[in-house]
Design a protein around this ligand. Sequence first.
Ligand SMILES: [Zn+2]
Length: 210
Amino acid sequence: MTLTEAGSKRRASIHLVAGTAALSAHDPGGLEVLEADAAAFAAAFRRENHRLKRALTDPHLLSGIGNAYADEILHRARLSPVAMTAKLTAGEVERLYRATVATLEDWTARLRAEAGDGFPEKVTAFRRGMAVHGRYREPCPDCGALVQRIVHAENETNYCPRCQTGGQILADRSLSRLLKADWPRTLEELEARRPALSAAARRPRGSGSG
Ligand SMILES: [Zn+2]
């Protein structure tokens, strides 16, 4: 048997366990969204109060949603990655549930079709066809605004300021430290500062969200 770790961070590990009890000790307990209904999703999601990006990717709350898919889910749901779970309305949680199911089903189908009968070879978090993840400064496929980012310690969150944050550019700590007061707070301000890019940002490519 050959085991490979495709990630550059080399954090994969393998555990040998005996019995289902020993195995379940490794289960962080997050809800399997594709096996759950909207009510179960809402209950799991609202169990703790966190920023949406953090809540979506927390394996103790929801199972199997990584950094890339969380960005795609939030874009599809038209919700800000930094909104707090406790502040969401019932309608927004419902929208988030539907976006989560749709995104997971959509990408499962795409990746299955891509792999065919073979073994999936290209393991990457950056996939062609993603709306915002890995697309910093590229136009949002739904509205044409330039995709923005927040850089964390190891990850990056990408979002569309027009579709998700009401035109607000979220402070990126690493960038905002460099730019200090110069960091634009709104989409309009950002576009005003980047005349070369603002034309592309105003040209819508799609006809809205699906
Ligand atoms: Zn957009």
